[in-house]
Design a protein around this ligand. Sequence first.
Ligand SMILES: Nc1nc2c(c(=O)[nH]1)N[C@H]1C(S)=C(S)[C@@H](COP(=O)(O)O)O[C@H]1N2
Ligand SMILES: [Mo]
Length: 509
Amino acid sequence: MRRLRRLLASALSGVLATLFGMAAGHLVASLLTPSSSPVLAVAATVIDLTPTPLKEYAVREFGTKDKAILLSTVVLVTLIVSAVAGMLARRWLRIGAALLLVLVTTAGVAALTRPMASAADVLPSLVAAVVGMTVLVVLTRLLNGEPLRPSASAEQTQVSRRTLLLVSGCVAGGAAVMGWAGQRIIDYRTRIGNVTLPPPAKPIPALPAGLENVYPGISDFRTSNSKFYRVDINLSLPVVPVDDWELSVDGDVDESFSLTFDELSAMPLIERDITMTCVSNEVGGRYIGAARWLGVRLTDLLDRAGVGSGADQLLSTATDGFTISTPLEALRDGRDAMVAIGMNGEPLPAEHGFPARLITPGLYGFVGATKWLTKLTLTTYADQTAYWTDRDWATDAPIKISSRIDTPRPLENIKPGPTVIGGVAWAQQRGIERVEVRIDGGAWTEAILGPDAGLDYWRQWYLPWEAPSGSHMLAVRATSVDGEVQTAVRATPFPEGSSGIQEIAVSVS
Ligand SMILES: Nc1nc2c(c(=O)[nH]1)N[C@H]1C(S)=C(S)[C@@H](COP(=O)(O)O)O[C@H]1N2
Ligand SMILES: [Mo]
């Protein structure tokens, strides 16, 4: 019993040492670069090193919770190792300390090898090392009843259990306060600045009312900013102070230039309704959203720079070190790609790329939707490659035609009688001609389409259904205006987007 208590106490000392170090590192990072926080840096590196199939599995299984799950796993593993370090330290202080040092060195190396890392990014890990090690030494000595200072006399070293509890409590409390403060500072620094958006040069008509008000359960015709899916490589949002921000256009151009946010927003602004899709979206998945974007037409910027004859790609760079290659041809075929500064009537939210991002209708996000954009470089595919293409994803990736059942939900139990099957369908750049529903493997029945907001916007659809009791299989497929019928042939998201037909089971009773 006593041995078990001793063991637990020493394990706890290791855990407390690490928590305190991590929190101190987080606080220091919040003041410098949030992504250099030890936990965040390690987690981000884990993402980078995870093989693509495993990443796809995680995205599929955990959806947007994948980041939270990853962070918790990293913290949990770290704390387990720390507990072991604490137990070892009780008898062999050096070995325990060495184990903690391995942990924190991992964090330091991770921070230094992030895409945009500078030497200063090792600081949070250094602080974590010094602080965590000190706590480990102090707690271990207290536990062992050893003097904290070599010169201390015998009665000074008599530590009561109360002292030990007090010190442990202070360490735990200190860690909580530092971690909380660091997070508050990060939230403050990544908030969006005080920005007012000028109106578009030619406002477009208001979006028609969608079907969601008539048939609840169908996705909103316009996705609100707070519900818009978020996909990026970051565990913490990049800090982009709008006053220091600049967008430069360079590379194979007659004259490179850069613009401040005010200069960019003073250019003629266009407004477009565009549905964005992530290449990682599974058939029937949620990584899709539709919004009204406000921004500067990309060709205006390209014309101003004067594109050289050799360029075949636009390489965009973001403050998070992320890069995207977009085929120049797609950007100049009249599709109104833009550098967006507004989303649904508001400045871009921090999660969606404040202060400016690229939006390319018809291409998956990873080839045309650079958030936190800072640089547009005219270059060639032979000369330069981008983040995901370096990881074997497709270089050119038009969004595939697809459709989704929103209501009823997979495996939902509904009442027999009149109901509605409904959802959304998209074929950006081409438009949706028809949506069909198949019930229990029968014939395809044409659904009724909702309002039309242009080729690049999704269409809502519904089909009234007299649901009979029993289990049923519901499937949906779309046809584009140019006649492509959504294929039943399955493809995984990697490397150029999923295909197949969504079929769900529902029970009626
Ligand atoms: N800077 C930056 N831009 C980025 C990414 C990123 O990781 N970093 N991810 C891309 C991907 S894969 C997609 S699908 C879209 C998602 O945009 P959203 O989060 O606003 O929906 O952003 C793109 N732009
Ligand atoms: Mo994506």
